[in-house]
Structure formats: structure tokens, C-alpha cells
Design a protein around this ligand. Structure first.
Ligand code: SF4
Length: 63
């Protein structure tokens, strides 16, 4: 099973909540900014979160 490194660029994030809506297991919002609560994950929805982000703040790289 692939594993992913997940990063959220806090400078870009506008706190819209799209990533948490599609992948609440990996993303969480704290103080109006999202962060990866699972920065290393095997959850495929991390990529959906990245796709859903309107400002391309999320990077998901396969390890
Ligand atoms: S989808 Fe993008 S802009 Fe919206 S909360 Fe998540 S990281 Fe931030």
C-alpha cells in the first residue's frame, strides 16, 4: 500500500475547509488554517483533499 507525505502551505491556505470535508482523517483546521494531522499517511483521500484545495496549498507525495 502506498504511503504519502502530506504538507499544507499555511501561507496559501485560506481556511475554506474543503480538505477537511473530503478527508477529515488527514486534515484538520486550527486557528483558520488547515494542517496535516497525519503528515505521513496511507489514506488515499489525502489526494482528494489536495485536488479539492482551491489555492493549491496541499502537497501530497508518494514515498
Ligand atoms: S482546502 Fe486548501 S485552502 Fe481550504 S482549508 Fe484545506 S488547505 Fe486550506
Amino acid at each position: 500500500m502506498p504511503r504519502y507525505n502530506v504538507k499544507v502551505d499555511k501561507e496559501k491556505c485560506i481556511g475554506c475547509g474543503a480538505c477537511t470535508a473530503v478527508c477529515g482523517d488527514v486534515f484538520e483546521i486550527k486557528d483558520t488554517k488547515a494542517f496535516a494531522k497525519e503528515p505521513e499517511t496511507d489514506k488515499e483521500c489525502a489526494k482528494e483533499g489536495a485536488d479539492a484545495c482551491p489555492v493549491d496549498a496541499i502537497t501530497v507525495k508518494e514515498k
